[in-house]
Design a binder for this molecule. Structure first.
Ligand code: GDG
Length: 473
């Protein structure tokens, strides 16, 4: 079996426990341990004139290789181009997009540095799987250095429609970068359609049935791989929480009230101001819920070095304070707003205790919280998922109450409907969602991508065949 090489910006260290590392990191580590493999990424450290070679160490069957970066390159790459340009672009927030040539150059320099450091560690038959928008140019850089093996890329965030994508000054260069991969995975069919439409209508690429793309003299495949969760782990954590100390404390603090929950990184793509406003609107327009419903929003801080995230934090503190100021009673605080992370088992207990899961991003590649909320429910008495139609998960979780996150009153009405939904309907809707969560797990996702990357070049015809021969009539 060919060795697997994973490249991602942050690498979950072997010591990081499953409860903290998150489903994706655990699944990738599992895939690496099964076949033996290499995990390559940024060390999390910066230094002026960093060494060209990464620090390499082994843990079980997995080799870790971690690279230090120059502080200015790291800033231009991470806070600059990746999170100041690509993140807002892919989340349709053109008003927040900044494009600076220096960031674009820093982004490319980091990718070149990664390729130079990775190449000496690669064997010709390795399968290289690159994760996310921090590394779109990596395959091209590896190809320039002579690597001819299989390279796949998975884009965890949405792919915007051509009208939006064209706002990026480097739009053509970035898709040219992607064409050096053998397989490009996106979250949903909508994302695939958006990328293929751009390729065929803007840069003269050819699309063959099955998603094989021809661009200049290169071929690659584009397909949807909707990511899942470790459903079993969530079911088990949620069941285990019953009767435990944390569940007891949570119940005592709620004093018999109904709970609604949101769990999101503090990020402007997650639609948190709208969610807070919708909860305020629920209490205003449906006064029967006052003193009866508590909303808990877990929002661990992220990317605090980016100014938009600092502004969002201030906005939410103000909005949350205003809701509590307007509606709180001496024995009831409507909104519990927590800026720190919790253990996965604690989240599972909170999900299970919550009658409503409120997941209302303005855009989201998939949104794993939606799936985790479903997995954690008690099948006998499940809660209802209120889900943004702009989350990738909306394609799969058809038992949810789908909402438009720009419609505050609509979201408030959906929360009211969820809070008052009869048991039988809740069970039916939950079953529909759970069938999906149980079928398409993170393990299936991982395996499917690796299998298809392993065999992808077979679909391109014999080596040396030109795209013209396979061109659709
Ligand atoms: C990107 C895409 C796509 C959150 N708070 C805590 C905690 N979390 C965990 C959740 C969930 C994960 O973080 C967040 O995943 P999401 O999918 O919701 O969102 P992003 O971080 O934006 O992820 C997204 C994903 O990549 C995967 O492809 O779905 O669309 O944007 O697992 O549970 N975990 C713990 N404590 C917390 O307080 N332990």
């Amino acid at each position: 079996m060919a060795r697997l090489v994973i490249v991602s910006n942050r690498v979950a260290s072997p010591k990081e426990r499953a409860a903290k590392a998150g489903g994706l990191a655990v699944a990738l580590r599992e895939a690496l341990s099964q076949r033996g493999g290499l995990w390559f990424g940024w060390s999390g450290e910066t230094e002026v004139n960093p060494p060209e070679a990464p620090k390499v160490f082994r843990s079980g069957r997995v080799t870790y290789a971690l690279l230090n970066l120059d502080p200015e390159d790291q800033r231009a790459h991470y806070a600059g181009y990746a999170n100041g340009t690509l993140w807002p672009l892919c989340h349709y927030r053109l008003g927040l997009l900044t494009f600076r040539r220096a960031d674009w150059e820093g982004y490319r320099r980091v990718n070149e540095h990664f390729a130079r450091a990775l190449l000496p560690l690669l064997k010709p038959d390795d399968i290289v799987w690159v994760h996310d928008y921090h590394f779109m140019p990596l395959a091209k850089e590896l190809r320039k250095l002579g690597f001819e093996g299989r390279i796949g890329y998975f884009h965890h965030i949405p792919w915007p429609t051509p009208e939006v994508y064209l706002s990026l000054p480097s739009h053509a260069a970035l898709v040219d970068d992607l064409s050096h991969y053998d397989l490009v995975g996106l979250q949903t069919e909508n994302d695939v359609r958006a990328l293929l439409t751009y390729i065929s209508s803007e840069i003269h690429g050819w699309i063959a049935p099955g998603g094989t793309v021809g661009l200049k003299d290169r071929r690659f495949r584009v397909a949807a791989y909707p990511i899942g969760i470790d459903a079993e782990a969530f079911v088990s954590d949620a069941k285990k929480s019953v009767g435990k100390d944390e569940e007891r404390r949570l119940n005592e603090s709620l004093a018999g009230r109904t709970l609604a929950v949101g769990v999101d990184r503090l990020d402007y793509s997650k639609g948190l101001p709208g969610k807070f406003a919708a909860f305020g609107e629920l209490l205003r327009s449906f006064p029967e819920h006052r003193s009866k419903v508590t909303m808990m929003q877990v929002a661990p801080l992220s990317r605090s070095e980016v100014s938009e995230y600092q502004a969002l934090r201030r906005e939410l503190e103000e909005l949350g304070g205003a809701i509590n100021g307007e509606f709180a009673e001496f024995d009831w605080v409507p909104l519990r707003y927590l800026n720190r992370p919790f253990q996965r088992a604690t989240l599972a207990a909170i999900y299970r205790r919550s009658r409503v899961g409120v997941v209302t991003p303005l855009r989201d590649g998939m949104n794993l919280v939606a799936k985790e909320y479903v997995a954690a429910q008690d099948p006998e008495d499940p809660g209802v998922l209120v889900l943004s139609r702009f989350a990738g998960a909306a394609d799969e979780l058809k038992g949810s109450l789908l909402v438009n996150p720009y419609d505050i009153e609509g979201m408030a009405a959906a929360m009211d409907r969820a809070l008052t939904m009869p048991l039988e309907e809740r069970q039916q809707r939950w079953r529909t969602n759970m069938d999906n969560v149980e079928t398409n797990t993170i393990h299936h996702w991982c395996q499917r991508f690796i299998d298809e990357l392993t065999n992808v070049t077979d679909q391109f015809g014999p080596a040396g065949d030109t795209w013209g021969n396979a061109r659709p009539q």
